[in-house]
Write a protein that binds this ligand. Structure first.
Ligand SMILES: Nc1ncnc2c1ncn2[C@@H]1O[C@H](COP(=O)(O)OP(=O)(O)OC[C@H]2O[C@@H]([n+]3cccc(C(=O)O)c3)[C@H](O)[C@@H]2O)[C@@H](O)[C@H]1O
Ligand SMILES: Nc1ncnc2c1ncn2[C@@H]1O[C@H](COP(=O)(O)OP(=O)(O)OP(=O)(O)O)[C@@H](O)[C@H]1O
Ligand SMILES: [Mg+2]
Length: 256
């Protein structure tokens, strides 16, 4: 990939889409992770620092302190307006109102957190006449590795054409502070969660696999070239298949 060209296209995309929508700017959830860091950086290049609001949305009992430091470092580096809203009280009020949620599995509870963050970002977008800028990369979008209407509930996906490994490359090129680039990717939905452990494969390998699948390569060839197990490959293809619905608008029955 020509990263210079990709960067310019993404910047134009953000400028054009927000311009067409007639909004005043962007709202981005800043987690201290690299996807949001790159997205916010490109949004600032497209719109200027005064039109990008970054919101850090920790859960006090769970989010590691390093995320707060990294989110702060990024916001300072970009010079954007930055707010912090703790989601713990909202999530626990939900749990109190829905008693069975306390015994729900960690995935169901985790998705609730992602959807709580989405609601807070849209609150600000509504108030300020801005768009919610998503941070999904191509790897996540292909795998459906995001919460439907949670972190997937956004107005634009500017880095949705970049594989995760390309997110790292472009981030280095733009001089994003290194600790955010080397940090292990995590959705932060439960204690100790990391993307690669949950997916059962590294991002380097999964990107290799996704690129080969995109070119229509045979599974046998992919197994040999990527050096992964048949179980890892079927887990990847299973995710793609299972999560196809996330990339469609909800179906409507034909009545005539
Ligand atoms: N065929 C179908 N057609 C239409 N809708 C269908 C469907 N199958 C399920 N559904 C709906 O989709 C729901 C399941 O999807 P969803 O609610 O998204 O839940 P699900 O895909 O099960 O879980 C989200 C995954 O994304 C990961 N995640 C979330 C957030 C952030 C990040 C990150 O990297 O930062 C990662 C998370 O760790 C988990 O692995 C079902 O409850 C149902 O409502
Ligand atoms: N604590 C948080 N504060 C604000 N936004 C958050 C928080 N956690 C998640 N989000 C939002 O959800 C998005 C999806 O999370 P995801 O983990 O995929 O991206 P990331 O944290 O930016 O990067 P990484 O994959 O390196 O962890 C984030 O980019 C961010 O917009
Ligand atoms: Mg993260």
């Amino acid at each position: 990939m020509d990263l210079e060209k990709a960067q310019n296209r993404i910047i134009d995309f953000i400028r054009n889409e927000t311009g067409k929508a007639g909004v005043n700017g962007a709202v981005v959830g800043i987690s201290g992770g690299i996807d949001s860091a790159l997205t916010a950086t490109l949004a600032v290049k497209a719109l200027g620092k005064d039109r990008v609001l970054g919101i850090y949305l920790p859960e006090s009992s769970l989010t590691p302190a390093v995320d707060s430091e990294d989110a702060n470092i990024l916001a300072d580096w970009l010079g954007i307006e930055y707010r912090t809203i703790d989601i713990s009280g909202i999530v626990s009020a939900f749990m109190d109102a829905v008693p069975e949620s306390k015994s729900a599995d960690r995935l169901t509870r985790g998705n609730l957190k992602a959807r709580t963050r989405m609601s807070l970002l849209y609150f600000h977008a509504n108030q300020l006449n801005r768009m919610v800028i998503g941070t999904g990369n191509k790897t996540e979008l292909l795998l459906g590795y995001y919460t439907k209407y949670g972190d997937g509930g956004v107005d634009l996906e500017p880095i949705g054409g970049l594989y995760k490994t390309e997110v790292w490359e472009l981030s280095r090129r733009l001089g994003i502070p290194e600790p955010l680039i080397t940090k292990k990717p995590s959705a932060g939905l439960w204690a100790g969660q990391t993307d690669e452990a949950e997916l059962g494969i590294s991002y380097v390998k999964v990107d290799e696999v996704l690129k080969m699948l995109e070119k229509g390569a045979e599974h046998e060839k992919i197994l040999n070239a990527a050096g992964i197990s048949a179980e890892q490959l079927s887990s990847v293809t299973g995710r793609i298949e299972r999560n196809k619905h996330k990339r469609k608008v909800p179906p409507v029955p034909e009545l005539y």
